[in-house]
Design a protein around this ligand. Structure first.
Ligand SMILES: *[C@@H]1O[C@H](CO)[C@@H](O)[C@H](O)[C@H]1NC(C)=O
Ligand SMILES: *[C@@H]1O[C@H](CO)[C@@H](O)[C@H](O)[C@H]1NC(C)=O
Ligand SMILES: *[C@@H]1O[C@H](CO)[C@@H](O)[C@H](O)[C@H]1NC(C)=O
Ligand SMILES: [Mg+2]
Length: 266
C-alpha cells in the first residue's frame, strides 16, 4: 500500500521582469525508507546525518505528512530507541497531557452527564514499551501471536502522563470512553490491565465486535464515536497515538495526538 514516493518540488517565479517564468526542480523521488539516500544527494547534510534525518523523519510521521509507513527506517532504530527510553517520549507526552488538561479546563461541564472524552488504549493509556523493547522498537514486522501473548499478560504499565490526565478529566466531571482496536476476545484482559495500571471508573470500554473485524481503524472508531454522539454525548476531547484515532467523522472538538514513532495503524 505504501507507494513510497515523495516528490519535493520547488517553484521559482520570475518577479523582476514581470514575466511569470518558472522552473520545477525535482530534488528527489524515491522510497524514503531505502538506504540509498546519501547516494542521491551526498552534499546535503540532512541525508548524511542520521540524527538530523531521524528528527525530520519523526516530524513527518507525527504530523502524518508521511501517511502510511510500515516500519522504522533501519538508520533510525537507535534514534527511536533513545527517544522511547530516554527523556524525549516522556517530555513530549507531558506537554500533550498539559495541553489536553488546559483545554479540558475550558469546557463547561453541563451537569447532564453527557460531556465526554475518548481515549485510545495502546500507546495512549497503556504502554507496550516493555514488549517493543524486546522487538526492535517497531523495526520488526508486527507479530500478532507474540503481541497477543503480551496483551494476555495484562501487565502493560500506564503512561504516567495519560493516567494523570485521565484522573483530572474524571475530577472535572467528564465521562470517559475507551475506544480500542483490540477485539472483544481481549475485553477481560484489557479490563484487568487497565485496573492493574491504575485506571478506574470509565463509562464504557468499546472493543471491535464481530461486525467491526476488517474495518480500517479510522472507520471503526468514527462509527463508534458516532454511536456515542447519537446517545446525546458531546465529545469534547479525544486522545490517541494514531491519526486513525483522531480523523474521520464524529470528531471531538479537540484531538490530541500522542507520540508514537514505533508503528502506524491505518
Ligand atoms: C462557559 O460558560 C461561561 C459562563 O457562562 C462562558 O463565559 C464561557 O464562554 C463558556 N465557555 C465555553 C468554552 O463555552
Ligand atoms: C511470530 O513469532 C512466533 C514466535 O516467535 C513465530 O513462531 C512466528 O513465526 C512469528 N510469525 C510471523 C508472522 O513472523
Ligand atoms: C470474561 O469474564 C467474564 C466474567 O468475569 C466471563 O463470564 C467471560 O467468559 C470472560 N470472557 C472471556 C472471553 O474470557
Ligand atoms: Mg494506540
Amino acid at each position: 500500500m505504501f507507494s513510497g514516493h515523495f516528490v519535493l518540488v520547488l517553484l521559482f517565479s520570475g518577479l523582476l521582469s514581470g514575466v511569470f517564468s518558472q522552473s520545477f526542480i525535482r530534488i528527489w523521488s524515491g522510497n524514503r525508507n531505502s538506504e540509498n539516500l546519501d547516494l542521491i544527494s551526498s552534499d546535503r547534510k540532512i541525508l548524511r546525518d542520521d540524527n538530523l534525518y531521524c528528527e525530520s523523519w519523526r516530524f513527518t510521521v507525527e504530523t502524518n505528512d508521511a501517511g502510511l509507513w510500515e516500519e522504522v527506517p533501519k538508520r533510525c532504530v537507535k534514534f527511536v530507541q533513545d527517544y522511547m527510553t530516554g527523556n524525549g517520549y516522556g517530555s513530549d507526552s507531558e506537554l500533550v497531557s498539559e495541553d489536553s488538561s488546559s483545554f479540558a479546563a475550558t469546557v463547561n461541564i453541563s451537569g447532564d452527564g453527557k460531556d465526554a472524552w475518548v481515549f485510545d488504549i495502546d500507546e495512549t493509556l497503556l504502554s507496550n514499551l516493555p514488549y517493543y523493547k524486546l522487538h526492535g522498537f517497531g523495526s520488526e514486522l508486527f507479530n500478532e501471536t507474540t503481541f497477543d501473548e503480551w496483551v494476555d499478560l495484562a501487565k502493560a504499565p500506564a503512561l504516567p502522563e495519560s493516567l494523570r490526565l485521565y484522573k483530572e478529566l474524571l475530577r472535572l466531571g467528564f465521562k470517559v470512553f475507551l475506544l480500542t482496536g483490540r477485539g472483544e476476545a481481549q475485553r477481560n484482559v484489557t479490563e484487568k490491565n487497565l485496573l492493574f495500571s491504575g485506571y478506574r471508573n470509565w463509562e464504557r470500554l468499546i472493543l471491535r465486535g464481530p461486525s467491526d473485524v476488517g474495518k480500517l481503524a479510522e472507520v471503526y472508531k468514527s462509527e463508534k464515536r458516532s454511536d456515542v454522539e447519537a446517545e446525546g454525548y458531546r465529545i469534547h476531547g479525544s486522545s490517541g497515538d494514531q491519526w486513525s484515532d483522531l480523523l474521520g467523522f464524529a470528531l471531538a472538538k479537540r484531538s490530541f495526538k500522542l507520540p508514537n514513532p514505533m508503528y502506524y495503524i491505518a
